[in-house]
Structure formats: C-alpha cells, structure tokens
Design a protein around this ligand. Sequence first.
Ligand code: FAD
Length: 413
Amino acid sequence: MTSSEITVYGAHWCPDCRRSKQFLGEHQIPYRWIDIEEDLEGEKFVIEKNEGKRIIPTIVFSDESFLVEPTNAELAQKLGLKTKASRNHYDLIILGGGPAGLTAALYTAREAIDTLVIERAAFGGQAAGTEKLDNMPGFPDGVAGIEFSQRLRQQSERFGVELLQAQDITGIYHRDNYHGVKTDDGSNYSARALLIATGSRYRRLGVPGESDYLGAGVHFCATCDGPFYKGKAVAVVGGGNSATEESLLLTKFASRVTILVRSANFKASAVIQEKVLSHPQIDVRWNTEVHEFTGKDSKLTELKLLNNRTGGKETLPIDGAFIFIGLDPNTGFLEGSRILLDRWGFVTTGHALLHGDKRPAGFENRDPYLLETSIPGIFAAGDVRDSSTKQVVSAAGEGSTAALSIREYLKSV
Ligand SMILES: Cc1cc2nc3c(=O)[nH]c(=O)nc-3n(C[C@H](O)[C@H](O)[C@H](O)COP(=O)(O)OP(=O)(O)OC[C@H]3O[C@@H](n4cnc5c(N)ncnc54)[C@H](O)[C@@H]3O)c2cc1C
C-alpha cells in the first residue's frame, strides 16, 4: 500500500490514534494523517462515516473500507499481516526478525530445519528504520535500510521460512525436552530449539523533534553515520564512556564536536576524559540539556539547549546530533526464565558461561555451543547478546554462526 492508500483521521490528544499510528509506523506502513481538530473537512468526513458521531481514529483504506477505533489485531488482519502460525510445533523458533534472526532463518531453512520467525513489528528490526546503511559489504553506494530489510525477508521466504508479524513475545517456557514461546494473543508455540534475536533499542531523550529527524540529523551510531559529517559540526549528547569514545571517533570526520553533558562532569574513565578535554576539535558544555530538535526541509539544523544550573536558553546551529545515553536489550520477556543475563540485561552465551573448568547446570556432558545460552537448546545472536558489536553485518554474522550451532545441537536431540 502507498501513503495515499491509508488515511488516519484523529486528533493529537487521542491515545488510540497514537496507538494506531505507532502500529503503522512499527510495521513500516505509510499513511496520511489528518488531525480533525485542525481540518474541518476531515472532521465532517469522520462524522459522516460514523453516522453523526465524531469517533476517532477512523482509518480509511484504499478500497474505501474503513475501521473505527480498531484494535492492533483488527488492524493487522485488515492489512493482511500473518499473525497465526500454521502449526504449533517446529524444529526451531526464532524470536525477532531483525538481521540476526532473518539471517539465521535463511541458513536453517536452507538445511531443511523447519523454522518459524516471530516478530512484533517490521521485519528488518533496527536496520529497517535506518535511512541508509553505508557500511554494508557488497553495496558500494550504500543501501536504504528498508530495501535491505525487504531483501532479507524475501530471501528467507524463498527458503521456506514461516514468518509471523504483529506478535509480541511475552515469555518462554520449557516442557519435557521442548522449549516454548508465548505471544500476546495467547498463542503458545513449541520447538526443539529457540534462537533469541530480539535486539536492543537506543535510549532516546524523548524531547520534541527527536523522532522527526531520526536518520536526518539525529543518530545513535558514530561508526555507522559519522562519515556523513566530513568537515561539519556535530553535537554529542551524553557524558559516559560511549559518548566520550564516540566523540573521539567523530573528530575523524567532523570539524567540530560539541559534547552536551547533563551533569557537571563526565562518567567516563580518566584516560578518555583527558583525551576529550584536551582535544582541539572538541568543546564540552556542562549542565546542558537538549529540549528540542528543530530543522528545515526535513533536516536537522538546530538544537534548543537549556542550562539546568542557570536556566539559560540557547540555540546551537548544528549539522548532526549523536545521542549516546544508553542501550536497553529487548529481554523483558525472559524475566522468570533461567536464561543468564549480564548486569545490563543482555544475554550471556558460549564460553562466557564457563567459570574455569566449571560448566553451568544442564551442561554436565559438554561445553555450551557457540552462542548457546545457559539453557541447552536456547541460543542468542545479534544486539541482544552480551558483548555484541551492534552492527548489521555482525548481527547477520552471529545469525549464521548461531544457525550452525543449532544444526549441531539438533543432531543430538
Ligand atoms: C537509527 C539507527 C541507525 C543504525 N545505523 C546502522 C548502520 O548504518 N550500520 C550498521 O551496521 N548498523 C546500524 N545500526 C545498528 C543495527 O541496526 C543493529 O546492530 C542491527 O539491526 C541489530 O540486528 P538484530 O537482529 O540483532 O536486532 P534488531 O535489529 O534490533 O532486531 C530485533 C527484532 O526483534 C523484534 N523484537 C524485539 N522484542 C520482541 C518481542 N518481545 N516480540 C517479538 N519481536 C520482538 C524487534 O521488533 C526487531 O525487529 C543502526 C541502528 C539504529 C537504531
């Protein structure tokens, strides 16, 4: 469908309108938004459709059919998303359809390992939401994140992977020799092995304009997007190790790096602090918070800053902003399971589970396979994994490595 084919009529204050817009956005489905508080024709249209009532959201589709206050499940059904698996049991269930999950899936399906992938949003994960991937081997001119994700999806489908969408995984369980997955529509699916590939998400500031300029001036990865800013001025938000280290990396491209730190000091190692503070291309502003991102022609141009000590306000002209205030793994659904996580919630795998010669419980007769978790038969790959490098290529590489380990594991059960 194209943007002209779906129109969402709603209002800025309406929580169900926000939920529907978020659902469409997460599934990368374009739509036109009409705020009926500002558009009298739009308001009239909604009242006509709803027999005199002003009910929102009212969502109109290309065939002129419409849904009023739909649930996410109703929207998914209308959009033809596959939300139910064809069977209850598989050789392998992959949790998450980003680069790690889909790469693993195409490897396992090619080897006739019966594979189901469960995804809650758009296939391609964080990569699907990336304007341009400039560091993908084999793409000399870069590739749009959405195109890369569509290709990955098509490739896994070609090998017969079954893909479910709009299904939030809420928990995992173990029964006899099987592992199982629960989804938010109440379904349970079991498998001989699981792969956790649910990725992570960069923390955001949550201030106006931030999401409007994602990929168009607002970034979370200096390795990925720093080279776009050769000779330009960028800001870095954050005061920890990532912010300071990434600022040093950015000086290789940008002519000027301004670090905006909310507190009056860095929380980075002394060596890095020293390097940053003495660097001729770096300025540091202490006690400084971004309270708005603004721009022109869909591109970020300015940051509105607030000094939280003096209350002073300032506008900083800027070409790009990099936010490094932390990364959260998508592992909430593992709560209560016996999967070992590190102190930040990332999944621990392979040799990191061994303490000297001591193996974890359940591994009396063998060491864990590469990328296997603390529960035999459950593997993890990509950004969700402890010590992963948070890059598309490495997530895909871990997906293939996990697939090979899973193949070996399945021979034994
Ligand atoms: C803005 C941005 C720009 C980036 N630019 C680049 C770049 O230029 N180059 C580069 O190499 N890397 C880039 N990255 C990083 C890269 O996208 C990630 O490293 C990569 O996507 C990780 O892949 P993954 O499969 O491990 O996880 P993800 O891509 O995070 O995929 C995980 C999937 O699991 C799903 N999921 C999570 N929880 C659940 C659940 N409970 N139920 C069902 N599904 C679930 C998510 O919806 C998601 O689709 C960028 C990241 C961002 C955010």
